[in-house]
Each structure stands twice: as C-alpha cells, then as structure tokens.
Ligand binder design. Sequence first.
Ligand code: AMP
Length: 292
Amino acid sequence: MRVFNQSNQSNTIGFVPTMGALHTGHLSLVEASKESNDVTVASIFVNPTQFSAGEDFDKYPRQLEMDIEMLENAGVDCVFAPSNVSDIYPSSPLCHVEPKAFLNIAEGQARPEFFRGVATIVCKLFNIVRPTNSYFGQKDISQCVLIRRMVEDLCLPINVVVRPTLRADDGLALSSRNAYLTESERKVSSVLYKALSAGVKFCEDQSQECLDTLSRDQVIDIITNIINSEPLVTRIEYVSIASHLDMTELNVISPDKSGAVVSAAIRIGSVRLIDNLLMGRSHRDIFQIVKT
Ligand code: AMP
C-alpha cells in the first residue's frame, strides 16, 4: 500500500465507505475513485446504529481478510477498518445527524433507525477520512439522496459521486445480503428487477401527454402484480415512485419534468431485497457530479 501525506493539499482523496462482504458492485466504486483521485481510501465497518433491533447486525457477513485482499488487488491505497464499535462511538454521544423527514419516505418507514444511523456514520467517516470525492452506489438510492442533501445542508466540502447498480446476469442487483438466499430463492430473486423494469417500460411506452396524467397507481399495480406472481415472495414491504430530490412520493409521473425513482423492497423467504430504477430527469441529476 502507498503512503501519502494528508497535509499535502494537492492530493485528491477518493473515499468508498462500505460494510464489507465485498462484491464487484463495491469494486466498481473503487474503480471510479481510482480514475479521478490521487489516493483511494475504502472503509469497512458494520455500523450498528443503522440496524434496528431484530435486524441482521449480528449475522451480517464479515470477511475482513478477504475484503482487504480484494481492495488491495483493486488498487486501494488505504483501508480504514475500525475493529471495535467503541473506536467509532467512544461514549454516549450527545450529537448525531437526524434526517427527520426521511422517517416518512418508503424506506424510512420500513427501517426507522436506518437513515439517522447512516447519516451519522457517514458524517463521522467524512470527518475522519476528509475525502475530496466520495462514492456511493445507486443500489441504495435513498442513501445517495440523503448523503447529497446532508453534504449540501451541512456545507461539507465533499463531492458525492453516485455510480450505477451492478447486477448479476439475470438482473438481480449485487448485494452482500444475497448470500442469505437459498439456491431456490436465488433462482427467482430477479423478479424484483423484472417487475421494476416492466413498470418503467410501461411509463416509457406512454406518449408525453399521457405521462403527464399517468397515475402512480397504474404503475404500482403492474410492479406489484409481477412480484406477487412469484410464490417464494413472502412480503412486499413497499413499491414506491418518488422524487430523486427528497424521496417523497409522486402522485403524477412526469419523467422529464420531475423525474422519478421507481423502487421496491420485498422479502423472498426471510431475505430482504431492495432495488430501484431511475426515469428521465432523475437519471441525469443523480449521476451528475456537483463540484463544491
Ligand atoms: P454496503 O457495504 O452495502 O454498505 O455498500 C457500500 C457501498 O456500495 C454503498 O454505496 C452501496 O450503495 C454500494 N453498492 C452496494 N451494492 C452495489 C451494487 N450492486 N452496485 C453498485 N454499488 C453498490
């Protein structure tokens, strides 16, 4: 690994925060960082504060040595992997980052502790690593929107770069949690991507005039029916059509004017899967790089 001097202002630092159990989706963020920065730092930390009681914090896949090897092979210069939770949360904290409005968005209602935990840990990691550019995956679209807003709201001098979701050949979004799927569950798990794609295609097939009056319910029905056609799906937590600006639900879908994030969370057996696709303006806005 390369040694670098953080006080040398000419170094640009690219940062890829992760919870480990790495796959090629994570490595695509590393690659993007390496293309645009002098130094790339990745972190591996399974952050307890973003898990609610009863979620999978204890059984979240941990494979630190293998992850470090993957990062080294991918050309990462520095890995930050705090081994104790108390290194990051040393005492009862007085302050945290509270994105209250995100309690009301679809993913926030499904996971009430999640966004406060994410915003707080990412803010801490930003302050520890002090990156120039930080890299996030579209796969966790609400997280991307939150971090962009946090950087803007709190005047953090960091560019947030969002990269597209990497998928398996059948369309399933790569995720560390896919390891929980049994063989038969894995075979049918691309139903989520297929359903979202059908919803987006339906919108894209409409004329512009129809789109301006298209009700969200029609699109949600298309997506829900496809997901429900798969018997191994045990639950649909939500199907959402939201604004990429703040993840609030859209009543009318107008991709060129307001854009749209079409997303869903489902359970196959006990495994929770999330995925999303972007339409129109959302696509342009999410992948743009805003220089601070
Ligand atoms: P995680 O380790 O799950 O917290 O993810 C760390 C980063 O990798 C986050 O910014 C994720 O959005 C991103 N990521 C996870 N899965 C994918 C994927 N399939 N494609 C691209 N980025 C991903």
